[in-house]
Design a protein around this ligand. Structure first.
Ligand code: DHE
Length: 539
């Protein structure tokens, strides 16, 4: 027995020595763990949550950004890490100092913070959700018909990010009808299928629900579904209109099904589990984008770190049926193809777009597109040469990729292939938009390094995609972000993102600026969501 044990221990040591593996010699030298006061640790935790956690994860295991666990961060000095945080990286991380967000001292504090062990945020259970739930106006106290004469279908709800509010703008008159409170740094908005209710989700996982029939529109319910979230949508299948909403949490990693009329939390489902490829346990698989199917009672949820797309059948939430499709890691943002049969989502750190067939409930394809695709919800149109395509810009290069989306039609040879690459005025592309009635394709370059690029927009003529885009410079301040059409598809709304924010409105035919919506309340406008286009997923 002793002899067996001897060989068991000896053989690995022998092999390691002979192939040159000397664990101690090759392991990088680790810097000492810097000490931080309790107050500074709390401050750094707040900065990390606001600025870093979205990309690097609460447990710092990495996703869109690199892992920042101490085994990695302690291979660098505090000075080196401070420099990276302050100045950014070639790989696309913004310079938090050079963009004016963090001071040198704050960058250094953060450098020390990430050399310490990560502390997991608290859990958030049904009891906590129920305690946070406020039914401000119960359904039977709400109007039975619209209490104003405005054209709700052409309302735009605008995220006022740093104000933690939503602006409701009348798309016909361009008046700011009202602003309503939302969660902290609200991230996305969606409407109920009827178009009556607006659902919002804050970075702090506070969901709110606004009744657009009220005069003025007002918040009727709110609930905090977790500690951190980015996505929300509502049931869009016949028989389930306005019945359920769903929130995708970043922390705790989970999704929560809510009553669509009251936001009462009904069911929470955890997403912790195993990566689709290596079957390693991941403690923080976050729910990224969500869409609601028009063809089945299903929510489509993208689990970032484990690389699975979940088709969650909400027809019987007591006996939930979930189809988990193996896709690709680091799923982020995405949207429907024009037929609304296929859902396409970027696996941005893998430079790929994944397509799922929601009819067969199977993976349709994985397409390599370019460096860090970021479609938002993407854009659909008919390429004159290649037929129906889905378009995505890229964070890492000045390029829009067009992917063929017609696997059963005249253009099936192009299906799930990149049929064209269009050159834009800058990298750092976040959002893209067109409309079935338009011949234009608008693309931003919000996170480009060059000022000229992040203050301008590229517009392609869909009928002549061989021609370069028209590049329109939109001003001398802020960054240009997110594009939305009005209901008729003849106006384009673009945000000028700074504290004195503006919405710039273009005539889509002439590409001439029509007007600028300015209002002291329009603080840091980002996403804008037209009621009609969003509820029917027109993009
Ligand atoms: Fe977003 C969409 C997550 C940074 C503005 N953002 C999304 C979606 C996800 C996401 C998962 C898809 C929601 C859906 O469709 O269901 N975003 C994240 C991040 O994790 C990330 C990288 C870092 C973070 O900490 O948040 C991030 N996002 C940003 C920004 O910096 C932006 C420009 C401003 C902000 O709010 O911080 C921004 N993201 C948006 C907007 C949408 C969005 C406006 C919705 C676009 C749409 O048309 O649907």
């Amino acid at each position: 027995m002793k002899r067996i044990l001897f060989y068991v221990l000896l053989i690995p040591a022998f092999v390691m020595a002979n192939i040159g593996i000397s664990k101690a010699a090759d392991a990088p030298e680790l810097q000492p763990v810097p000490s931080i006061s309790k107050e500074d640790f709390a401050k750094a935790t707040g900065i990390y949550f606001n600025r870093c956690g979205g990309c690097h994860g609460s447990l710092r295991k990495g996703a869109t950004g690199k892992p920042l666990t101490p085994d990695k961060t302690r291979t660098k000095t505090v000075a080196k890490l401070t420099d990276i945080i302050y100045n950014g990286t070639e790989a696309g991380m913004p310079g938090w100092g050079t963009t004016g967000v963090l001071s040198k001292d704050e960058s250094e504090l953060l450098a020390k913070f990430i050399q310490n062990e990560p502390v997991a945020p608290p859990e958030w259970n049904m009891k906590d959700m129920k305690a946070s739930w406020k039914l401000i106006v119960p359904p039977d106290k709400r109007p039975t018909a619209p209490a104003h004469k405005r054209n709700i279908e052409n309302f735009f709800a605008v995220i006022l990010r740093d104000a933690g509010k939503i602006g409701i703008i009348d798309g016909d008159t361009k008046e700011v009808v009202t602003t309503v409170d939302s969660g902290f740094a609200v991230h996305t908005l969606r409407y109920s299928y009827s178009g009556r209710y607006l659902y919002t989700i804050g970075r702090d996982a506070k969901a709110t629900m606004v009744d657009l029939w009220m005069n003025p529109p007002a918040t009727v319910a709110e609930v905090k579904t977790g500690i951190e979230a980015r996505s929300i949508d509502s049931s869009k299948y016949k028989g389930f209109y306005d019945k359920y909403a769903v929130v995708g949490n970043y922390w705790p990693p989970s999704y929560v099904i809510l009553d669509g009329q009251t936001l009462e939390p009904l069911k929470v489902v955890g997403t912790r589990g195993y990566t689709y490829d290596t079957n390693e346990y991941h403690p923080e698989p976050r729910v990224a984008s969500i869409v609601a199917s028009h063809n089945a009672p299903e929510f489509i949820l993208n689990v970032k770190e484990t690389g699975q797309i979940l088709l969650v059948d909400y027809s019987d939430i007591k006996n939930l049926k979930v189809t988990a499709i193996e896709a690709e890691r680091f799923l982020h943002d995405g949207g429907w193809d024009a037929s609304k049969r296929y859902f396409l989502v970027a696996a941005n750190m893998r430079d790929k777009v994944v397509a799922v067939d929601t009819k067969t409930k199977k993976l349709a394809a994985i397409v390599e597109t370019g460096i860090k695709p970021h479609p938002g919800r993407g854009a659909n149109f008919n390429d004159p040469k290649f037929g129906p395509v889905y378009a995505t810009p890229h964070l890492g290069e000045p390029m829009v990729a067009l992917i063929g989306t017609d696997p059963e039609g005249d253009y099936k040879a192009n299906a799930w292939k990149v049929v064209r690459k269009l050159k834009t005025a800058g990298e750092g592309g976040l959002f893209i938009k067109t409309h079935p009635k338009s011949n234009n394709l608008w693309v931003d370059h919000t996170l480009a390094k060059a000022e000229d690029a992040y203050r301008s927009i590229s517009v392609f003529n869909i009928k002549d995609l061989d021609a370069p885009p028209k590049i329109i410079k939109l001003g001398d301040r802020g960054r240009i972000v997110h594009i939305e059409y009005n209901k008729d598809g003849n106006e384009v709304w673009i945000s000028l993102w700074d504290r004195k924010g503006e919405i710039i409105v273009f005539d889509d035919k002439t590409l001439k600026e029509k007007t600028r919506i300015t209002d002291a309340r329009l603080v840091t406008p980002t996403g804008k969501f037209n009621v009609y286009n969003t509820r029917y997923d027109i993009y």
